[in-house]
Structure formats: structure tokens, C-alpha cells
Design a protein around this ligand. Structure first.
Ligand SMILES: [Zn+2]
Ligand SMILES: [Zn+2]
Length: 309
């Protein structure tokens, strides 16, 4: 097990856990609280990430009363990936006790919550359920996917924005201290896997509207699947040389609704992301396969009829 902690400045700590046995890398951005002001605190993302993060990025935000962990990654076993232990060590103390921890998920896909059970035995940790009813109830959404949820960490507020489309439970988190949007699989330099295109389109408009009056420093997503030239790595690959930058900007978000309006329902490549509907693509491949089979059978029967007179 090899781990690395790089201190950037007072605001952003960059933390990477690299597992030698499985080749799994998890990048954790640790964001600490600073005195309140109306503008985001200054920070830097000028870091070199591990070239192997095929599994989801995990983010830890620390307020003066509480800490927030966004996603728990793809590895359940604490032996190769001691996530809970690592996070607990990172938590600062208040009144001689570790800060309480709230664990949330961008959505219920397993690669964003497999580490949940590691937190089960920690008394000062609360894990928010990953199903839709649990998400709605915890954040107080009475008219899902409309409305905004709030998490008060003490001196910093994290807003919760419903963003279904990739998955029905998807939410994005906006941190007012850093002006960062944690976008999960909704928006990232990767394949944007579409489950419900109409909901996705609405979510993009919702996030744009939410951010209209707020500063936005970075958009940090759940995965990096593109290289610097915008080409996708093989599905599931653990080695990502020459990776695309993690952070996206407001213009990438504002371009998203138009990308959906022009989407052919199957696949579209843009410089910063790829829109793809896996179910439609599978159905199209199945249709092509069945059509090819029908033609082959028809051709063989025709040939046999001719031969046999
Ligand atoms: Zn996902
Ligand atoms: Zn994911």
C-alpha cells in the first residue's frame, strides 16, 4: 500500500491512495474550511493525479462542525482500500473529538458506494441511504427533481442539486467555500452514460440556472476517461497515461443542453465528454446482429434451393 499526501495551500489538500495489488487508484480532494466570505476562498488544482483512476473520485469537505464525504468508491474491502480508516485520520478534532462525518453519494451506482460498509462501525458517522426515497427524505426534497437541499457543515454550506439522467438518484453538490461543483457522473471528462436523456437535459438546465448567480471555480466529476486529446480510454482500463484534466469549467456545463438537443440517441463525441446511451447502442447492435443473421439464413436457403434444384 502506497499513499501520498501533497499539501497545496490552506484550502486544498490533494490526497491520493494507490493500491499496488489491484491497481486501483482513488483520488481524494480534501477541502478544509476557512473564514466565511461571500467569495470562494482561493485555491489551486495545479496537481498531477495518479494515472489510474478508473474508479470514482472521492471528495472530503471539512467544516467547523462537520465533515462531508462525497462517494465511497468502488472498493469494499478495507484491506486493499482502507477508506474509512484513512478518512478518519484526516478528520480534525473539535473539543478533543473527531468531527462527525456525513457520507453522501452522487448516485447509487456501486462504484460510488461500495466503501459504505467500512463506515458502519463508526458511531459519529452517518451514511445517507443511496435509494431515491432515502435521498429525497434526507435532503428534504418534496418535489423531486425540483428544489435544492442544504448541508450545513459549520462555516460552509453545501447545496444539493437533483441531477437525474445518468441515474434517477443522481445529485450534484455545490460547495460555497470553494465555489466547486462536485458533479459525479453527471458531468466529467468521460463517457456521460445516459439513462434518461430528457431528465439529463432538464438537469443540465437546472444546474445552469442554480449557478447563474453563484461563483463557479471548478466542476469536479466522478471519473476521468479521456486523454488530453479527448480520446476515450478502453472501458474499465486502470492505466490512464496523459489524462485529461479533471476539472471542467462553466462553458462545458452551459454547452450541455445544446449537446442533448442535437443528440442522435446513440453516441456523440465532444472535446470534453462523450454522450452515449448504452441501452440504445446495445439494442442497435442486437438489431444489426439479428438482421445480419436473417440475411445469412436467407442466403444459405437460397443457395441450397438452387443447388438442390
Ligand atoms: Zn454512475
Ligand atoms: Zn461512476
Amino acid at each position: 500500500m502506497f499513499s501520498r499526501l501533497v499539501r497545496l495551500d490552506r484550502v486544498l489538500d490533494f490526497f491520493t491512495v494507490w493500491n499496488m495489488a489491484t491497481g486501483i487508484a482513488v483520488s481524494t480532494l480534501l477541502l478544509t474550511a476557512t473564514p466565511a466570505s461571500s467569495q470562494p476562498v482561493p485555491g489551486s488544482l495545479d496537481v498531477h493525479w495518479n494515472e489510474g483512476a478508473s474508479d470514482c473520485n472521492i471528495y472530503l469537505l471539512i467544516g467547523s462542525d462537520k465533515a462531508l464525504l462525497i462517494d465511497t468508491g468502488a472498493v469494499a474491502d478495507p484491506k486493499p482500500m482502507p477508506l474509512a480508516k484513512t478518512i478518519l485520520e484526516l478528520l480534525p478534532e473539535k473539543n478533543h473529538q473527531k468531527l462527525p462525518l456525513l457520507v453522501v453519494h452522487t448516485h447509487r451506482h456501486l462504484d460510488h458506494r461500495a466503501g459504505d460498509p467500512q463506515f458502519a462501525s463508526f458511531s459519529s458517522t452517518q451514511v445517507v441511504p443511496f435509494n431515491l426515497d432515502g435521498v429525497r427524505a434526507f435532503f428534504g426534497f418534496i418535489n423531486w427533481p425540483n428544489g435544492i437541499g442544504h448541508v450545513d457543515l459549520g462555516g460552509r454550506t453545501v447545496d444539493v442539486i437533483p441531477t437525474p439522467g445518468h441515474n434517477e438518484t443522481h445529485v450534484a453538490f455545490y460547495d460555497d467555500r470553494t465555489g466547486i461543483l462536485f458533479s459525479g457522473d453527471f458531468l466529467m471528462p468521460a463517457r456521460l452514460l445516459i439513462d434518461d436523456a430528457a431528465a439529463y437535459h432538464e438537469s443540465a438546465l437546472r444546474v445552469i440556472d442554480f449557478l447563474k448567480t453563484r461563483p463557479l471555480t471548478h466542476i469536479l466529476g466522478g471519473h476521468i476517461e479521456l486523454n488530453a486529446a479527448g480520446r476515450a480510454y478502453r472501458f474499465g482500463s486502470h492505466y490512464h497515461p496523459n489524462e485529461h484534466r479533471l476539472e471542467l469549467v462553466r462553458a462545458d456545463l452551459t454547452a450541455l443542453p445544446a449537446a442533448f438537443e442535437h443528440f442522435n440517441g446513440f453516441y456523440a463525441r465532444y472535446p470534453k465528454y462523450i454522450l452515449t446511451n448504452p441501452i440504445h447502442n446495445l439494442l442497435a447492435m442486437a438489431f444489426i446482429g439479428v438482421t445480419a443473421l436473417i440475411f445469412i439464413v436467407w442466403g444459405v436457403r437460397r443457395l441450397l434451393r438452387r443447388r438442390c434444384g
